[in-house]
Design a protein around this ligand. Structure first.
Ligand code: PLP
Length: 391
């Protein structure tokens, strides 16, 4: 069978390949603790499940749902942005519901990019930013995210020739995989950069409600005038522990969103109506539910950070996200390190290299497993000699 040329340039999703190793470790009898993927283990709010069940019992809710999303869902997204960030959105043209933000990221790339175009992506970064560009035939320019810069790209280091050719730029804060966070000042600098060069700035913010110690991650749309050059992606996957439901949204620049909706109308046929009802309920979840859930993540974070400290490793400051990004010993690649750790101790961590060349030398530890399992994982790490000298 012929394979499309474009597929030669996008490797299999690295976590799909890695999942086979995890299965193999299980088949060998290991009790595997998965701290490799950001798959929330905690349940969504009860009211969301009730809304889904109730709506699923309605016989008229099982047909095609239409392409644009229910007005009630788009209004719920706008109300969430108003309440959470003080950002006013027009639900008729500045909100597009998504079947999870990942499809929106890829489909916006297909909507906006041609083969001669250049896309600025963070390195390390969430793989679909680059994959979307490559599937559209465009070229990727990697912006290094370095620890010494707080994992913010150096916009001044981007050559003028590159900035002039760039059509899109991706940012993601709170950041996956580095857990880097951002203030409005940097986001304002990025908006100014994008405006100066006529770039569509895409900010991906699925972790904006997963934060600790009173930190409240901003939306890039809080930057005055950002809506003229920005699309922000957001998701119910992490905020409301609904990763398998596939519900997210793109908000902001109405022209770009119109193009995204055009691509989507050719690819998907809308979101299951009961899911739209449940997502509408989720978006009105009281902040107390989120605060309580974040306390649970914080306990796990403390277990991991104190474990790393006991091992004599560098302990990063983590203000948000369910991730800890830490260095592996210089003598091993991140994938070899993670593979050996998995095979010897049953603890699965994500190799930093899965997030791009800039992730080499790191592993990502995810806090999305029950606290006692995180504790067990940390004890197993402590008895594994390869960590020695990793700092
Ligand atoms: N963006 C980032 C940075 C992510 O880490 C993830 C999922 O892990 C997504 C987007 C995709 O989220 P969704 O479940 O909404 O597709």
């Amino acid at each position: 069978m012929k394979r499309a040329k474009r597929l030669a340039q996008v490797a299999d999703y690295p976590f799909a390949r890695w999942a086979e190793r995890v299965d193999a470790a299980r088949q060998q009898g290991l009790d595997v603790i998965r701290l490799d993927i950001g798959n929330p283990d905690l349940p969504p709010p009860d009211a969301v499940i009730d809304a889904l069940c109730q709506a699923a019992n309605e016989p008229s809710h099982h047909g095609y749902a239409g392409y644009r999303g229910l007005p009630a869902l788009r209004e719920a997204v706008a109300s969430y942005y108003e309440r959470r960030f003080g950002v006013t959105l027009d639900p008729t043209c500045q909100v597009v519901p998504l079947l999870g933000s990942k499809e929106g990221i890829i489909n916006l790339s297909l909507a906006c990019l041609d083969p001669e175009d250049l896309v600025l992506v963070p390195d390390p970064g969430y793989a679909p930013y680059a994959a979307g560009a490559v599937l559209a035939g465009a070229t990727v320019y990697q912006m290094p995210l370095l620890a010494e810069r707080g994992f913010l790209p150096d916009l001044r280091a981007i050559p003028d020739t590159v900035a002039r050719r760039a059509v899109m730029m991706w940012l993601n804060y709170p950041n996956n995989p580095t857990a880097g966070t951002v203030g409005l000042e940097f986001l304002a600098e990025a908006v100014a950069f994008a405006r100066r060069h006529g770039i569509l700035l895409c900010h991906d913010a699925p972790y904006c409600d997963l934060a600790y110690n009173g930190y409240s991650p901003p939306s890039i749309l809080q930057v005055p005038g950002a809506v003229e050059t920005v699309v922000e992606f957001n998701s119910l996957s992490k905020t409301f522990s609904m990763a398998g439901w596939r519900a997210g949204m793109a908000v902001g620049h109405s022209g770009a969103l119109k193009l995204l909706a055009q691509v989507k109308s050719n690819i998907d046929s809308g979101m299951f109506l009961p899911l739209q009802n449940a997502a509408t309920v989720a978006l009105a979840t009281p902040p107390t539910w989120i605060a309580h859930r974040n306390q649970i993540y914080k306990q796990r974070l403390d277990v991991v950070l104190s474990g790393l400290e006991r091992l004599g490793l560098e302990v990063p400051a983590v203000r948000a996200s369910p991730y800890v990004w830490t260095r592996v010993p210089d003598s091993l690649t991140s994938e070899t390190f993670a593979r050996r750790l998995l095979e010897k101790s049953g603890v699965a961590l994500a190799p930093g290299s899965f997030f791009g060349p800039g992730g080499e030398g790191y592993v990502r530890i995810s806090l999305t497993a029950p606290t006692e399992r995180v504790q067990t994982a940390i004890s197993r790490l402590a008895s594994w000699p390869a960590w020695a000298g990793a700092s």
